[in-house]
Design a protein around this ligand. Structure first.
Ligand code: GDP
Length: 196
């Protein structure tokens, strides 16, 4: 896929206020600091398109981007901040739940996972929730340039074993680096394939 157009559209806290659901939508989410902004910027080839949202307590919003006037890329607020209050965690839960269950054009959730960290309960639980809600998702492993290929392979094997305990069919997964551009073509080809 050639990215001809990638522009910011809107930030919303209400699903009903999001752009008209008239095209496929891909939402990116993960723990804070997982590399979400960097990955979005790498995929779209637009440095600074997604801003880092890793300041705890910052307003949590659903950010829509227009890609090629063909699909929406959505930057969702991350989870797993250590310092977030109970009430903002509850607000996050409500908003994300509403988004995942009500956004009718949501095509696929891209769950970002740091390739250096062993499977974490918060990520596994989030993916279980997606499964229960019947939302299709893929796993995107980030920051693979920070370690050797064999370390990434070992981590992936760990993850897939762990996921195999819950899932009959394992979700598609992609190995990426925002630093080197690894995985860019694969993720964009996957989106092209689904949009066809
Ligand atoms: P976010 O909070 O999930 O949006 O994460 P950011 O995209 O802001 O990234 C968090 C930190 O990880 C920043 O210091 C990035 O420069 C760094 N980072 C993100 N992706 C990569 C990557 O693929 N490789 C390397 N080496 N660093 C990365």
């Amino acid at each position: 896929m050639i990215i001809r157009e990638a522009s910011f559209l809107s930030s919303n806290t209400q699903v009903a206020a999001c752009p008209a659901p008239d095209r496929p939508e891909y939402a990116f989410i993960g723990r804070s600091n997982v590399g979400k902004s960097s990955l979005i910027n790498m995929l779209t080839g637009r440095l600074g398109l997604a801003k880092t949202s890793s300041t705890p307590g910052k307003t949590q919003v659903i950010n829509h981007f227009n890609i090629n006037n063909e699909w929406y890329l959505v930057d969702l607020p991350g989870y797993g901040y250590a310092k977030v209050s109970k009430s903002s965690r509850a607000d996050w839960g409500k908003m994300i739940n509403a988004y995942l269950t009500k956004r009718e054009n949501l095509t696929c959730v891209c769950v970002l996972l740091d390739s250096r960290h062993a499977p974490q309960a918060v990520d596994l639980e989030f993916m279980e929730k997606l499964g229960e809600a019947g939302v299709p998702f893929i796993m995107i492993f980030t920051k693979t340039d920070k370690q050797s290929t064999s370390q990434t392979k070992a981590l992936l094997a760990d993850y897939l074993t762990k996921m195999g305990e819950t899932w009959d069919e394992l979700p598609r997964h992609f190995v990426t680096s925002a630093e080197t551009g690894l995985g860019r073509d694969e993720v964009l080809d996957f989106i092209t394939e689904i949009n066809r």
